[in-house]
Design a protein. Structure first.
Length: 341
């Protein structure tokens, strides 16, 4: 009887072990979790940034409807840092407006390895550039900023890359004093005169939280951008494209505002399993109304606009492509990547 009990116990333990196989959940912190649990880290931007709040809404909804998923949103320095975190396996999903530069090791990634296994998960929204001053500022344009203090956003952020591209193209980058200040702190800096000009961005042509905070506490104006510089910007910075902010998109914009945009796109690597990518993307678009309740900026996540801004140089993850095809919005001009292993 004793031997029989030992054999039965041994079989029970063996069956339990077989039911808990190790499967990678992603390229970063999720790797090594069990088949019953998918843990993912999503690198976003600094606190107060739109993507940080949109990602939190998506993570909340995903965790709610997928009990075995644990998506954790990580505040970071933004676009450039996130690419490096993803490449080094320190996160599973990376927000960046610098996808093509990361792929080709250009711009902010000059001298770094090319990111050959980078893949697109989905696009959040466009980021439209706007230059702001206080209403009583003597400035009427950005043609001459000599000696002025100009904030271009946090170091490594998407807006810092956009503002840098613009200021260098119009020959003003070296004429002014460049300051890198966090989103929320830049609001106070403009109001108290610590800076003269604030380069900021809207998200999906809607004000993000720090711009809403600014416009509810101060009177500001939008300086017109030099549209003649745009074509040169597009040639030198392939992650950027043309955009127009419609009148009313910000309180201070009373007529259409010609500008340029980068695209907030979430990237993964070929190490993310197809079913994981599919589940993340599906939960975004099938819970759109609920996401918009969590954060107003989620209104930019319209399924019919999902393919707009996707950079054709970078393949779409097969799990994401599967959902977009099922939903009838897939763009045949884009390519589909493959999953490692």
């Amino acid at each position: 009887k004793f031997i029989a009990m030992l054999l039965a116990l041994s079989m029970t333990l063996g069956l339990a072990a077989c039911g808990k196989t190790e499967t990678p959940a992603g390229s970063g912190s999720g790797a090594g979790t069990t088949s019953d649990e998918v843990a993912l880290t999503w690198a976003t931007a600094s606190l107060g940034g739109t993507i940080q709040m949109v990602a939190t809404a998506i993570a909340t909804v995903t965790n709610k409807y997928e009990p075995n998923y644990k998506v954790t949103v990580q505040a970071t320095g933004g676009s450039v840092e996130n690419v490096r975190l993803l490449r080094n396996g320190e996160c599973d999903i990376a927000h960046t407006t610098e996808g093509v530069n990361a792929l080709t090791a250009k711009g902010a990634f000059d001298g770094e390895p090319t990111f050959d296994n980078l893949q697109t998960l989905f696009k959040c929204y466009g980021n439209e550039t706007v230059a702001l001053v206080m209403a009583d500022s003597p400035l009427t344009d950005t043609k001459n900023l000599e000696g002025l203090k100009v904030c271009i956003g946090p170091t490594g952020s998407g807006i810092s890359q956009q503002a840098t591209a613009y200021l260098k193209t119009i020959g003003q980058f070296d004429n002014c004093k460049i300051l890198n200040i966090g989103y929320n702190d830049s609001v106070d800096a403009l109001k108290d005169g610590t800076i003269d000009v604030l380069f900021a961005f809207t998200s999906g042509k809607m004000p993000n939280s720090y711009l809403t905070q600014l416009e509810t506490s101060a009177e500001v104006r939008a300086l017109p951008l030099e549209t003649d510089a745009f074509e040169t910007i597009y040639e030198n910075y392939p992650d950027f494209g043309a955009a127009t902010l419609p009148a009313g998109s910000l309180k201070c914009i009373t007529e259409d505002y010609p500008t340029f945009a980068s695209y907030s796109i979430e990237y993964v690597t070929d190490e993310m399993p197809e079913d994981v990518a599919y589940t993340i993307v599906k939960n975004i678009y099938e819970n759109y109304d609920e996401l918009c309740v969590y954060n107003n900026s989620c209104k930019a996540l319209k399924l019919e606009e999902a393919m707009e801004g996707i950079r054709p140089q970078i393949p779409v993850h097969p799990g994401a492509a599967k959902y977009f095809k099922e939903a009838g919005v897939w763009d045949d001009s884009l390519t589909i990547g493959t999953v490692k292993g």
